[in-house]
Design a protein around this ligand. Structure first.
Ligand code: G6P
Length: 611
């Protein structure tokens, strides 16, 4: 989704902005632009990629020590040069970049039109620029106070950065609902929608809170509320390894992140699982443990891949901790007027920690008195800041839009939590607990072994690269993995894919099966094995093509299926962590073979900060 970067200091802003925008490319975008400020404001913007923007600026004046940049993911109006940010106000006094959605923009636009304002774009952001300017000119306010007053008239979400031509020594930023981070350098400041574009310059970050406004200038930094109450911002030291936001020797971030999984999973349990005693200490939730252990019900809220991790969590919590669990799409949950009791526990799962629907869902549940926990990857993001307690997954920055290592890290966090709860509630013996923890710590090795199958998987991808549809089947712990496999394929290869619980096939999807239909069947040796073998036969009887994910050494399915991919033998409750890997790899190769933009698939965004 849209990305913001800004710079003010002694250096030329342009290269910092361009590099920052490249770092933000992973969020997904359709156009890019920058504004540079010295004694005038120069705006360059275009549809397409940051490299198109660089072409556009070639030979033009790119001087200036102050500047802002933006990658746009279209919400209001087509992706084109005009709708790209930054947006200038009609009289050229202000330039604005904005993430989020201004919900009352039609009303504001009509009011401004009556006052003679003309609009060139279809965006809500241009409305903001003109609103700020009209207030500035009519009330003869400072730029800062004009922004402040304008924002009191706005309904919706914004992460906003503003330059004013009359006050060419400052950058003004504010947020509500959409994140904005200030990087504090030596006599210089950065602004961005997340820490990735600025972390190579400074590790000192200030995460603005909703309805706070920051003014950055050579004199320093000032954070206030929209009512102009001075705030003392906290500087957080972020620990992001710069290598993690480079592709290294890999062709794509997605492949790199698939290959990072043995390490990222290890990082999720490192420091939490004692490898000698096989005990687990989840420091982030220790304090709330008594309340958690007594909870009547756990409600997991999430979106996309994180929702699928939540489904695995449901099986884990029910089987081991014997707790009742519901897993909800955050977008449905928040508007359904759900019944939430004070002894319910909500677990929000989110890689980015910024997903608008998930954030809104926890705010609503918090108001109703529930205990709110988070399982998030991005430290300092909004969701962990608004939860009572939680677990960071420590998977490292995930840049590919299609989530891979974040998923396995989320499942690992849920697994640890389920085991801890199971023990706390006396639902499993100390011996069983130790045995499960012993199995859990072997998962990085199992994934390493799985990754060795890439060549074989690539050959299978070759056969199905021209498919138009695909079905994914799984049962029990592997049903969410089927959903995740189908999501991966559709996200990056644009092949229509559906995931189903294997037994549901006969209630509909079986009608789709013919000799062109690839059916991915997760059929490892678990308690559903025989039943899934029957499903494979049903598919074969209709001439479907079966790609079976099987336990090592399975000869039965090898005789029936068109292709088999063997996975190492691990306990069935840990199998999602391993069995998802071949599905990630096959989606990746099919997408590459189809010439798709794997890391930035069309229309998708990494961090969905609008509802
Ligand atoms: C977007 C991303 C997905 C992600 C989902 C939820 O759709 O493209 O990869 O699973 O948002 O994001 P979150 O950051 O909350 O996990």
């Amino acid at each position: 989704m849209c990305g913001i970067v800004g710079y003010i200091g002694n250096r030329t802003a342009y290269p910092i902005l361009v590099k920052g925008l490249q770092r933000l490319e992973y969020r997904g975008y359709d156009s890019a632009g920058i504004a540079l400020l010295d004694d005038e404001i120069r705006v360059y913007k275009c549809k397409g990629k940051v490299r198109d923007l660089e072409q556009l600026t070639k030979g033009n004046n790119i001087s200036g020590n102050i500047g802002i940049g933006h990658t746009r993911w279209a919400t209001h109006g087509l992706p084109n040069d005009i709708n790209a940010h930054p947006h200038k106000s009609m009289n050229g006094k202000f330039v604005v970049v904005h993430n989020g959605i201004i919900e009352n923009y039609t009303h504001l636009k009509n009011t401004l039109k009556k006052r003679g304002y003309k609009f060139v774009s279809e965006t809500d952001t241009e409305v903001l620029a003109n609103l700020i300017e009209s207030i500035y000119l009519e009330n003869k306010l400072s730029a800062e106070n004009a922004v402040r007053l304008a924002l009191t008239k706005v309904i919706g979400a914004y992460g906003l950065v503003v330059l004013c031509v009359d006050e060419p020594d400052k950058i003004i930023g504010s947020r509500k609902g959409s994140p904005l981070v200030v990087g504090v350098g030596n006599g210089e400041y950065y602004l961005a929608s997340d820490a990735t574009p600025i972390v190579e310059y400074t590790d000192r970050m200030i995460y603005l809170n909703d309805e706070e406004l920051v003014v950055l200038s050579a004199q320093g930094l000032r954070v206030t509320t929209l009512d102009d109450v001075q705030k003392n911002p906290t500087i957080t030291h972020v620990d992001i390894n710069i290598d993690n936001i480079d592709k290294g020797d890999f062709e794509h971030f997605m492949l790199k992140e698939i290959y990072e999984q043995p390490t990222s999973i290890y990082d999720t349990f490192r420091g939490r699982v004692d490898l000698n005693t096989h005990q687990i200490n989840l420091g982030g939730i220790n304090e709330v443990m008594p309340r958690l252990a007594k909870a009547k019900r756990i409600i997991i809220v999430a979106c996309g891949t994180s929702y699928h991790a939540g489904l695995v969590g449901e099986y884990l919590f029910e089987e081991y901790a014997r707790m009742s669990v519901e897993v909800e799409y955050a977008s449905e949950f928040r508007y359904r007027n759900p019944i939430i009791e004070p002894d319910d526990v909500i677990i929000a799962i989110s890689q980015s920690g910024e997903t608008a629907d998930t954030l809104a869902a926890i705010r609503m549940a918090k108001e109703k008195g529930a205990l709110i926990l988070g399982i998030c990857n991005v430290a300092g993001s909004s969701i962990p800041r608004e939860t009572h307690a939680g677990i960071y997954t420590h998977a490292g920055p995930e840049i590919g839009v299609a989530s891979t290592k974040a998923f396995t890290a989320q499942v690992m966090a849920l697994t640890m939590m389920a085991f801890v709860m199971a023990r706390k509630r006396n639902k499993i013996s100390a011996e069983k607990f130790e045995q499960m923890v012993g199995d859990l710590v072997k998962i990085p090795d199992a994934i390493t072994e799985m990754l060795k199958e890439e060549k074989n998987i690539k050959k299978i991808a070759e056969e199905y690269k021209n498919a138009t549809n695909a079905i994914y089947l799984g049962r029990g712990y592997l049903y969410p993995v089927a959903l995740e496999g189908a999501l991966k394929l559709k996200e990056i290869s644009y092949i229509h894919a559906e995931g189903y619980p294997a037994a549901e096939m006969k209630h509909g999807p079986i009608a789709l099966i013919d000799n062109n239909m690839p059916v991915f069947v997760l059929a490892t040796k678990d308690k559903y094995y025989e039943k899934v073998v029957n499903n494979i036969q049903e598919v074969k009887a209709r001439q479907g093509k079966v790609i079976a994910i099987v336990s090592k050494g399975d000869e039965t399915i090898r005789k029936m299926a068109d292709h088999v991919i063997e996975v190492p033998n691990v306990d069935e409750s840990l199998m999602p962590l391993v069995a998802v890997v071949p599905l990630q790899i096959i989606s990746y190769h099919i997408a590459v073979m189809r010439g798709c933009n794997v890391d930035q698939p069309r229309n998708l965004a990494k961090s969905v900060t609008v509802e």
